[in-house]
Design a protein around this ligand. Structure first.
Ligand SMILES: Nc1ncnc2c1ncn2[C@@H]1O[C@H](COP(=O)(O)OP(=O)(O)OP(=O)(O)O)[C@@H](O)[C@H]1O
Length: 291
């Protein structure tokens, strides 16, 4: 059957611990029953961005579905930047931070309903040192945790807890100068988070004020580990002790690590150490189907 209504499914065959067969079955059933012409692109890890962009320009799909983790979602968002297409997310990664922020529970049925539904939002992205972040990126403690976890043999919650303890014992605070408009903050820091969204994939809310569509991103600056301020942020409170925690909403920021190179991660992917980070908002980057 020839159909003008096309769907492109991009699937990462190696992501997470998820049986992709169930996802394939559901999508094939759904697209057949609704008369869509379904095309499937399994990522290879090589030149995926260019290939997806070419396919989208050639096929003109109504929707592009992504079955993968945050890395694949971000890849697809970059590939279709500037093209009018709706992205539907079927969470199939190991952490799924973005899906958690979009209110997707992890069930294939719920994700399918949302991905084919009529509710959409245009979300912003943050350009960071030329890379794209849709979710949460940071310099400092958490980036070192991402590095340690990527390098460790163990997986799951126990492995995560073990790497957290190791990270806390290895981490050193750093001196940072943050320039955002006419604001300059110079401080000792444990971590500086560049947050487009609210929650890490673990479900922990780190940026209660976060809104992916408001044309701003937040810098969450934690100056030391403090139980009360951590509890406040987890409870959704935004009234912090500025000696310990500071959150500012900005469109653009320069982060200079003054005394040393600091670990850096973008959306869960370790990027090495940096001394300088430049971040600016890219408003209305991609249209996403949401609950
Ligand atoms: N066929 C493939 N073989 C090997 N690597 C691949 C393949 N397809 C994609 N990749 C790699 O998979 C990574 C992206 O994984 P993705 O983020 O989707 O899943 P994840 O890491 O399991 O999940 P999460 O990001 O939620 O933790 C990229 O580094 C990409 O290069």
């Amino acid at each position: 059957m020839f159909s003008e209504r096309k769907i492109l499914l991009v699937v990462n065959p190696i992501s997470g611990d998820v049986d992709k067969d169930v996802i394939f079955e559901r999508i094939i059933e759904k697209t057949q029953s609704e008369g869509y012409d379904l095309r499937i692109y399994p990522t290879t890890g090589e030149k995926d961005l260019e290939t997806i962009r070419e396919m989208v320009e050639h096929i003109h799909p109504e929707r592009i579905l992504v079955a993968g983790g945050d890395g694949t979602i971000s890849l697809v968002a970059q590939a279709v930047y500037g093209i009018d297409v709706i992205m539907g997310i079927i969470p199939a990664g190991s952490a799924n931070g973005l899906s958690v922020d979009f209110g997707l529970s992890g069930s294939v049925d719920q994700a399918m309903e949302v991905a084919f539904g009529n509710n959409t939002v245009l979300i912003d992205a943050v350009s960071i040192n030329g890379d794209i972040s849709l979710h949460l990126s940071d310099v400092g403690l958490n980036a070192l945790l991402v590095k340690n976890y990527e390098n460790s043999e163990t997986r799951g919650k126990l492995g995560y807890a073990r790497e957290m303890l190791k990270t806390l014992s290895e981490h050193e605070n750093f001196q940072v100068r943050i320039t955002a408009g006419d604001q300059v903050i110079e401080t000792d820091a444990l971590i500086v988070i560049i947050a487009n969204a609210q929650k890490y994939g673990t479900g922990v809310t780190i940026n209660p004020a976060g809104d992916m569509s408001d044309g701003m991103f937040e810098l969450v600056i934690a100056k030391k580990l403090d139980f009360i301020e951590t509890a406040k942020i987890l409870a959704g409170n935004t009234d912090f002790n500025p000696e310990i925690m500071q959150v500012i909403s900005v469109e653009k920021a320069d982060i200079e690590c003054i005394d040393k190179e600091v670990h850096f991660q973008i959306d869960g992917e370790y990027k090495g150490t940096v001394k300088h980070v430049e971040a600016h908002i890219l408003k209305g980057y991609i249209k996403v189907a949401v609950p």
